[in-house]
Design a protein around this ligand. Structure first.
Ligand SMILES: Cc1cc2nc3c(=O)[nH]c(=O)nc-3n(C[C@H](O)[C@H](O)[C@H](O)COP(=O)(O)OP(=O)(O)OC[C@H]3O[C@@H](n4cnc5c(N)ncnc54)[C@H](O)[C@@H]3O)c2cc1C
Length: 408
């Protein structure tokens, strides 16, 4: 199959539309929102009007039916403005809606996926707990079967959108001693007795976005709210994270691009020793590294997206894209501050926000340490993706699930 690095007319239109949206709706206000820690949900509604809250979801379930490259472009352009708005793509679309499209029954899709794709309901993803992050097979939240219901008890923390979401895809264990084989997935709706949420304050970055906690105190849900089979939740969570990581990687490319854009502007404007600082070799080195890492990140993201469009399992490639792009975006933000000198240390310029925001992405959706281990294990042959099933193509090549590649 030939490879073509040119964007299609449709992908270019997506890029122009989202870039224009970000320039009008986010950039003029983001400094103040970030400073005050304000979450502007009306921007999500405007994103929904553009079809962004269901971008890669098939049209038959209320989505826009876009391919994964378009999805990456949306994430890149949103995070170029601010991380908080890319997070909505990652959590609402990537981790939640794409997972429902792949693993939900038709009834579950009609009930939860359709309103999410239309942007009528906001959705999130609750895996992390106060005592469990990277070691996600060790969940302490329990789901006890009781007749035709489950009763859930536990707490989730560091959950993006927790305090404003309507739908929650949460993971609990039916038997902790079984580790990943006990993990089971459920959709919960706001308003169900026993479910409460809160907001975490004092975050380093993503201050224009909500991050919070979910408490589950004897939440009783019917079996119909279970996604997949009992004990299948870990597989579901990992397939969701393949999608989430893709959006995080694409967003990190946007953040690095924003660092480069700001640095280029400043390098031309600022003069020392009688010339633009861009003329100094050591400044050029930082600019060159920023450009190199950003382009590599974009290519890795596009390759992962291309694989997703084919319905091919892409866990290794997505992890590599996420690891590189997020690590690079932190370095790009550090260098962008350096190029700005003292001005970079103030929120008069956006680069200090870029640094604070960039740091989250080397923690969530697999820390950089986890991706280092994953990549080493693939290289050493300790880890291998299951052979692909070709007929019908499941989204991204996971073994079970009913959806095909997005855009089909
Ligand atoms: C802003 C933000 C938003 C988030 N949103 C969500 C969300 O929407 N939903 C959700 O479920 N979670 C979310 N998270 C949580 C995130 O996924 C976890 O923080 C992440 O998985 C890491 O878990 P942890 O913080 O418990 O760190 P830990 O797992 O406790 O790790 C601590 C440190 O030890 C290292 N480490 C752990 N195990 C190993 C190992 N085997 N080898 C080497 N090093 C290791 C880690 O790399 C890290 O440096 C969010 C986090 C942040 C910061």
């Amino acid at each position: 199959m030939s490879i073509d690095f040119r964007l299609t007319d449709e992908q270019r239109l997506v890029q122009e539309t989202v870039r224009d949206f970000a320039e009008r709706e986010i950039n003029p206000y983001i400094r103040e929102w970030d400073e005050k820690g304000e979450v502007h949900r009306e921007i999500f509604a405007k994103m929904a009007e553009l079809g962004l809250l269901g971008a890669p979801i098939w049209e038959r379930w209320g989505g826009s039916g876009m391919d994964y490259l378009s999805f990456a472009i949306i994430c890149e352009e949103l995070e170029r403005a601010d991380t908080a708005f890319r997070v909505v793509q990652s959590v609402h679309v990537g981790l939640n809606s794409l997972t429902l499209m792949q693993w939900g029954t038709e009834e579950q899709k009609q009930r939860w996926l359709v309103p999410q794709a239309l942007g009528e309901k906001l959705a999130t993803f609750g895996l992390t707990e106060p005592g469990v992050g990277t070691d996600a097979a060790n969940l302490a939240t329990t789901a006890r079967r009781d007749g035709e219901s489950y009763v859930l008890n536990g707490a989730k923390t560091w959950i993006s959108l927790a305090d404003i979401a309507d739908h929650f895809l949460v993971f609990a264990t039916v038997d902790r001693s079984k580790r990943h084989k006990g993990v089971t997935a459920f959709v919960l709706e706001r308003g169900i007795p026993g479910l409460t949420t809160g907001t975490l304050h004092g975050k380093l970055g993503i201050r224009a976005g909500n991050t919070g906690l979910i408490n589950l105190d004897g939440v009783r849900v019917p079996v119909e709210n279970r996604i997949g089979d009992e004990g299948e939740g870990f597989l579901i969570a990992m397939s969701a994270i393949d999608q989430g990581r893709f959006t995080v990687a694409a967003g990190a490319v946007g953040l690095a691009q924003a660092c480069l854009d700001a640095s280029l502007r400043y390098a031309h404007e600022r003069h020392t020793f009688g010339e633009e600082i861009g003329r100094h070799q050591l400044v050029k080195q930082m600019i060159a590294n920023m450009a190199k890492g950003t382009e590599i990140g974009r290519l890795l993201v596009w390759r992962a997206g291309w694989l997703k469009n084919q319905g091919v399992r892409n866990t290794r490639e997505t992890s590599l894209a996420k690891w590189h792009a997020t690590d690079h975006s932190v370095q790009a933000a550090l260098d962008a501050i350096q190029i700005h000198g003292a001005n970079g240390y103030s929120n008069e310029f956006p680069v200090e926000r870029y640094l604070r925001n960039s740091k989250a992405a080397v923690i969530y959706e697999g820390t950089s340490q986890l991706h280092t281990l994953i990549q080493a294990d693939y290289a050493l042959g300790y880890r291998e993706d299951r052979p692909l099933r070709c007929e019908p193509l499941p989204a991204q090549g996971w073994e079970r699930g009913v959806a095909g590649p997005a855009g089909a």
